[in-house]
Design a protein around this ligand. Structure first.
Ligand code: HEC
Ligand code: HEC
Ligand code: HEC
Ligand code: HEC
Ligand code: HEC
Ligand code: HEC
Ligand code: HEC
Ligand code: HEC
Ligand code: HEC
Ligand code: HEC
Length: 315
C-alpha cells in the first residue's frame, strides 16, 4: 500500500516537473493556471476539514438536490472537496470558531474572482470562452445570474425563468417580447439562450451559432441559407437589415412597414418604386396588392431565387 502511495507521489512529482518545464517554454499556455493560483481549490489540500464539519454549524447551507451534490459524477463538488471545493480549505475558519476572515465567500469577492471559483471546473465546451467575454469584461459574473445555495429556477438561475434574469439589465430587449410580432420566447418555444450563449462565443453579440448574424439565423431557418443563383444583397449581408430578431410591430418582425421596408433602398427603379406612381395604380391588376402585401406580392422570393429567370425574385 505504502509503495503505491509513494509511486503515485513520484508520478505526481514527475508531472509537476514536466508542467514546470512546459510552463517555462510556453508561458501563455501556463497562464490560466497561474491566474487561478489564488483560487480556493489550491488551498484545499492543506486546510481540508470535510463537509460534515461545516454542516455542524451551517446546516442551512446545504446544496442538496442540486447538480453539485451528485456524488455519482466524479467532477462535482460533492465527489471532490464538498463545500471546500468552492470555499477553499476551512481549517483555520473552523479553528477560529467561524472566523469570517479565514474563509472565502464568493458573494463578497470581486465579480471576476468569484467567477474564477466556478471556472476552475466550468471551463470547457460552452464555457470555454468566458474569460474576456462581454459579460466578464463588464463585471457581470456567474453570480449575477446563478446562485449555488438559493437558486430559483432551472440551471441554478436566480429567477424562475431565463428572460426574467436578462430583463434586470436588458429591459429594452426583453420588452420587445410584448410587440405584436416577436420571437416566441414569451410562449416558451424559444429562450434567449436559443440564440445567445451568455457565457461567451465566437460570433458577434454573443450569438451561439456560426460566426455571422446570418449563420446564426440560418442555423434554424436553413431554407434561407442559400447560396442562391440570384442573391439579394441585403439578405446575404444581414437578416437584421429587414428583421428585428427580438420582435417588432410589423408582420414577420420586419423593421419597417411594407413597402417602406423596400423603399429605404429602392428609391429609383425602372418600374414605379412607390405606390404613389399613377401608372401602377391605374394599369396594373396587381395595384391593390401594393396597398396590401406590397412589393413581396410580386417579388415573392425576396430572400433569393434559384429559378433561372429569378433575377427579380419574382419566382
Ligand atoms: C464552529 C462552527 C463553524 C464551522 C464548523 C464552520 N463555520 Fe463557517 N461560519 C461560522 C460562523 C459563526 C460564521 C459567521 C461569521 C460572522 O457572521 O461573523 C461563518 C461564516 C461562514 C461563511 C461566510 C463568510 C462571510 O464572509 O460572510 C462561509 C462562506 C462559511 N462560514 C463557510 C464554512 C465552510 C465551507 C465550513 C467548512 C469548511 C465552515 N464554514 C465551517 C461558523 C462555522
Ligand atoms: C459550487 C460551489 C459551492 C459549494 C459546493 C458550496 N458553496 Fe457555499 N457559497 C457558494 C457561493 C457562490 C456563495 C454565494 C451565495 C450563493 O451563490 O448562493 C456561497 C455562500 C455561502 C455562505 C454565505 C451565505 C451568505 O449569504 O453570505 C455560507 C455560510 C456557505 N456558502 C456555506 C457553505 C457550506 C457549509 C457548504 C457545504 C455544505 C457550501 N457552502 C458549499 C458556493 C458554494
Ligand atoms: C468542483 C467543480 C465545480 C465547481 C467549483 C463548480 N461547479 Fe458547477 N457543476 C459542476 C459539475 C460537475 C456539474 C454537473 C455537470 C454539468 O452540468 O457540467 C455542475 C453543474 C452546474 C450547473 C448546472 C446545474 C443544473 O441544474 O443543470 C450550474 C448552473 C453550475 N454548475 C454553476 C456553478 C457556479 C455558478 C459555480 C461557482 C460558484 C460552480 N458551478 C462551481 C462542477 C463544479
Ligand atoms: C448573464 C447571465 C449568466 C451569466 C453571467 C452566467 N450564466 Fe451560466 N447560464 C445562464 C443561463 C441563462 C443558462 C441556461 C441556458 C444555457 O445553458 O446557456 C446558464 C447555464 C449554465 C450552466 C448549465 C449548462 C448546461 O449545459 O446545462 C452552467 C454549468 C453555467 N451556466 C455556469 C456558469 C458559470 C460557471 C458562469 C460564470 C463563469 C456563468 N454560468 C455565468 C446565465 C448566465
Ligand atoms: C447584471 C446585468 C446583466 C444581466 C443579468 C445580463 N446581462 Fe447581458 N450584458 C450586460 C452588460 C453590462 C453587457 C455589455 C454591454 C455592452 O458592452 O454594451 C451585456 C452584453 C450582452 C450581450 C452582447 C451585446 C454586445 O454588444 O455584444 C448579449 C447578447 C447579452 N448581454 C445577452 C444577455 C442575456 C441573454 C441575458 C440573460 C440570460 C443577459 N444578457 C443578462 C449586463 C447583463
Ligand atoms: C432568434 C434569435 C434571438 C433570440 C431568441 C434572442 N436574440 Fe438577442 N440578438 C439576436 C441577434 C441576431 C442580435 C444581433 C442584432 C444586431 O446585430 O442587430 C441580438 C442582439 C442582442 C443584444 C445586443 C443588443 C445591441 O443593441 O447590441 C442583447 C442585449 C440581446 N440580444 C439580448 C437578448 C435577450 C435578453 C433575449 C431574450 C429575451 C434575446 N436576446 C433573444 C438574436 C436573438
Ligand atoms: C433557435 C432557432 C431559431 C433561430 C436561431 C432563429 N429563429 Fe426565427 N424562428 C424560430 C421559431 C421556432 C420561429 C416560430 C415559428 C413558428 O411559430 O411557427 C421563428 C420565426 C421567425 C420568423 C417568422 C415570424 C412570423 O411572424 O411568422 C422570422 C421572420 C424569423 N424567425 C426570423 C429570424 C431571424 C432574422 C433570425 C436571426 C436573427 C432567426 N429567425 C433565428 C427559430 C429560430
Ligand atoms: C430585404 C429584406 C429582408 C432580408 C434582408 C431578410 N428578409 Fe426575411 N422576410 C422579408 C420579408 C419582406 C418577409 C415577408 C414575406 C412575405 O410576407 O411573404 C420575410 C419573411 C421571412 C420569414 C417568414 C416567412 C418565410 O418565408 O418563411 C422568415 C423565417 C425569414 N424572413 C427569415 C429571414 C432570414 C433567416 C434572413 C437572413 C438570412 C432574412 N429573412 C433576411 C424580408 C427580408
Ligand atoms: C438594405 C437595402 C435593400 C433593401 C431594404 C431591399 N433591397 Fe432589394 N436590393 C438591394 C441591392 C443592393 C440590390 C442589388 C442591386 C443591383 O445588383 O443592382 C437589390 C436587388 C433587388 C432586386 C433585383 C434587381 C435586379 O435588377 O436584379 C429586386 C427585385 C429587389 N431588390 C427587390 C426588393 C424588395 C421587394 C425589397 C423589400 C422586400 C427589397 N428589395 C429590399 C438592396 C435592398
Ligand atoms: C405588380 C407586381 C409588382 C409589384 C407590386 C412590384 N414589382 Fe418590382 N418588378 C415587377 C416585375 C415584373 C419586375 C421585372 C421587370 C423587368 O424584368 O423588366 C420588377 C422589377 C423590379 C426591380 C428590378 C428592376 C428595376 O426596375 O430596377 C426592382 C428593384 C423592383 N422591382 C422593386 C420593387 C419594389 C421596391 C416594389 C414595391 C414598392 C415593387 N418592385 C413592386 C413586378 C412588381
Amino acid at each position: 500500500m505504502r509503495s503505491i502511495v509513494m509511486r503515485a507521489g513520484l508520478a505526481i512529482a514527475g508531472l509537476v516537473a514536466v508542467v514546470g518545464l512546459i510552463g517555462t517554454a510556453h508561458p501563455t499556455a501556463a497562464r490560466p493556471q497561474a491566474a487561478k493560483a489564488g483560487a480556493p481549490q489550491q488551498s484545499v489540500a492543506a486546510n481540508y476539514v470535510g463537509e460534515e464539519t461545516c454542516l455542524t454549524c451551517h446546516e442551512g447551507q446545504a446544496y442538496k438536490g442540486t447538480a453539485h451534490a451528485l456524488k455519482s459524477n466524479a467532477k462535482t463538488p460533492a465527489a471532490m472537496h464538498g463545500c471546500e471545493s468552492c470555499h477553499g480549505g476551512g481549517k483555520d475558519h473552523v479553528e477560529g470558531g467561524g472566523d469570517k476572515a479565514k474563509i472565502v465567500n464568493p458573494k463578497t469577492l470581486d465579480a471576476s474572482a468569484a467567477s474564477d471559483t466556478c471556472t476552475s471546473c466550468h471551463n470547457r465546451s460552452a464555457h470555454a470562452l468566458w474569460d474576456g467575454s462581454q459579460h466578464d469584461q463588464r463585471k457581470v459574473g456567474c453570480l449575477s445570474c446563478h446562485s449555488v445555495h438559493s437558486s430559483k429556477g432551472e440551471k441554478q438561475l436566480n429567477a424562475t425563468n431565463e428572460a426574467q434574469i436578462c430583463a434586470s439589465c436588458h429591459k429594452n430587449i426583453t420588452n420587445k417580447q410584448h410587440r405584436f410580432n416577436h420571437m416566441p420566447v414569451r410562449e416558451d418555444k424559444l429562450q434567449c439562450s436559443s440564440c445567445h450563449n451568455v457565457h461567451g462565443s465566437t460570433n458577434v453579440k454573443l450569438l451561439k451559432a456560426g460566426t455571422t448574424v446570418d449563420e446564426s439565423c440560418t442555423s434554424c431557418h436553413q431554407e434561407k441559407r442559400g447560396p442562391y443563383l440570384w442573391e439579394h444583397a441585403p439578405v446575404a449581408d444581414s437578416c437584421t437589415t429587414c428583421h428585428d430578431p427580438h420582435g417588432s410591430n410589423n408582420d414577420r418582425m420586419l423593421v419597417a412597414k411594407q413597402p417602406y421596408l423596400c423603399q429605404r433602398c429602392h428609391v429609383t427603379s425602372r418600374h414605379p418604386p412607390t405606390v404613389y406612381e399613377g401608372f401602377v395604380l391605374k394599369n396594373s391588376t396587381n395595384a391593390n396588392k401594393i396597398f396590401g402585401k406590397a412589393c413581396v406580392s410580386c417579388h415573392q422570393q425576396i430572400h433569393g431565387s434559384n429559378a433561372p429567370s429569378g433575377k427579380a425574385f419574382l419566382r
